[in-house]
Design a protein around this ligand. Structure first.
Ligand code: GLU
Length: 506
């Protein structure tokens, strides 16, 4: 079952990869998967590759790509090949490889393993409605398979938009081999006729991922368990294209302390949050290594180097690892107390926030309000703080009841979750809109946010503050504000969520 046994025997050149999609803030889950890929490759004397999966042109941004590369580097994860270091199998950014995917999609049609479908979005929507109304399973019904060759030729010649879909067996069971989980049975009836090439000519994740893993010589695909259900489609693609499939390993998903999937609704998930809070990269990496894995002697504190010396993928346990900030803080405390000399300590504090990059943007904000440097901390110390010391008394407002304030904070939190471009003007615009939709004065909404974000009634603009603190810290402070005001029961969360969705502007 375990492939790594055979690696040691036949000295195969191990190549692993992390393949992030640059569609948001760098996620701790990406660092966790990257770490295990790196460790596995290093342990077997192989290479670790970073590939950017940016075929979703609407959601991918260069800023997100930059932030992902920077934060993985900050953690000390170094890749051998990637968009910024190049290598023999480039380009390492999928948007620069579109012609390659198209060629394979056409080859699959040619060999009878994929087919054209001309169904419009409206037609497919109608199909879904019909299925829903008649209690039928929702999904594509294979209508493209019914088209005659002449009909296909005619429609292609007429320039009609089309997608290319994968042919999938209608019955039987697919057996997926996983390095940790053994054989996993998935019925083919559960597997949809996946779109491989979209109407805009871009490949979907499945096609691009398989083609690239093959062309880049990836031998072991180590990724999160959320991809298990994609494995049958990938197996088919390897089989249809006549390629050997890499070994698969699905790592357990990181979880919130309540066991639900780690999500930014409940916890900060961005690497930048942990950086800004002043965790050491070594400690965060150490903690991520402890997610489902342990050192042979069970010690808690260890470096990447220690880990690489003894890494064994088979020691990953499949019970959902809990990402617990308190445990991380405890471990970080050990690192701070035991691993740094005084001089290194000072250097790390400077690296963290007492440096030009972090402080320079604050100068224009504080300059008009400061007469002497000792005014800075009372005015802007919150830029260096984590969770603020607040009580419900701090939120007392002349026009809003405490429950309204709590609601304002919670709805703002939800609204800010979907802000993709974290800039001052954008933050202002969405919150201003939210206030109007909630039929309260923007000024009143902003006042409550001001307390939660800055901890005082007098400081720099709350939008500047949020822009500089970043999305994760800002959201964590709003969440803290809600908790200080009594928290949110499940029932209330449901009711408010419904109201929130109904607000006209959304
Ligand atoms: N682009 C996928 C992601 O964002 C990669 C999944 C995989 O490793 O196959 O997670």
């Amino acid at each position: 079952m375990c492939n790594h046994q055979s690696i040691e025997n036949n000295s195969m050149n191990v190549r692993t990869r992390i393949a992030p999609s640059p569609t948001g803030d760098p996620h701790v889950g990406t660092a966790y998967v990257a770490l295990f890929n790196l460790a596995f490759a290093r342990r077997h004397g192989g290479q670790f590759i970073l590939r950017i999966e940016d075929t979703d042109q609407v959601r991918s941004t260069p800023e997100s790509e930059q932030a992902i590369l920077q934060s993985l580097r900050w953690l000390g994860l170094e890749w051998d090949e990637g968009p910024d270091v190049s290598g023999p199998y480039g380009p390492y950014r999928q948007s620069e490889r579109c012609d390659i995917y198209r060629q394979y999609a056409l080859q699959l049609v040619e060999s009878g393993h994929a087919f054209y479908c001309f169904a419009t979005p409206a037609e497919l929507n109608e199909l879904r409605c019909y299925q829903a109304q008649n209690n039928l399973p929702i999904g594509y019904d294979g209508r493209g398979l019914q088209l005659e060759q002449t009909e296909i030729k005619r429609r292609l010649a007429a320039g009609e938009p089309y997608v290319i879909r994968l042919k999938v067996p209608v019955s039987g069971t697919c057996m997926v081999e996983d390095m940790l989980r053994g054989s996993i049975a998935i019925d083919w009836s559960q597997v949809d006729m996946q779109v491989l090439l979209k109407a805009d000519g871009m490949p979907t994740y499945h096609l691009a991922n398989v083609v690239d893993d093959h062309l880049m010589g990836i031998t072991h695909v180590i990724r999160g368990e959320e991809w298990i259900n994609s494995a049958p489609k990938h197996m088919l693609l390897y089989q249809y294209l006549g390629w050997q499939m890499p070994a698969l390993c699905h790592l357990p998903l990181l979880r919130n302390p309540d066991k639900s999937k780690l999500s930014k609704r409940k916890n900060p998930t961005g690497i930048l949050y942990y950086q800004r809070m002043g965790y050491l990269p070594e400690a965060l990496l150490n903690y991520l290594a402890r997610m489902g894995w342990s050192m042979p002697d069970e010690q808690e504190k260890f470096s990447l180097k220690d880990m690489l010396a003894v890494f064994d993928l088979q020691r990953v346990s499949l019970g959902g690892p809990i990402f617990d900030q308190q445990k991380l803080s405890w471990l970080n405390g050990l690192w701070l107390r035991e691993e740094l000399t005084d001089a290194q300590y000072v250097q790390r504090v400077q690296d963290w926030a007492l440096n030009t990059d972090y402080l320079a943007p604050l100068v224009p904000l504080i300059r008009p309000r400061v007469d002497k440097f000792s005014d800075i901390v009372p005015l802007a110390g919150f830029f260096l703080a984590g969770t603020l010391e607040l009580s419900s008394a701090d939120f007392v407002h002349k026009h809003l009841q405490p429950d309204q304030v709590r609601k304002v904070l919670q709805l703002s939190l939800w609204r800010l979750e979907s802000v993709r471009h974290w800039h001052k003007d954008r933050i202002f615009a969405v919150l201003n809109q939210l206030a109007q939709a909630m039929q309260i004065k923007p000024r009143d909404l902003f006042a409550s946010l001001f307390i939660a974000i800055t901890g005082s009634t007098n400081s720099v603009s709350v939008f500047d503050a949020m822009a500089h603190l970043g999305p994760d810290i800002s959201r964590a402070r709003l969440r803290h504000g809600v908790n200080v005001l009594g928290g949110l029961s499940n029932k209330e969360a449901k009711r408010w969520d419904k109201e929130y969705r109904q607000l006209a502007m959304l």
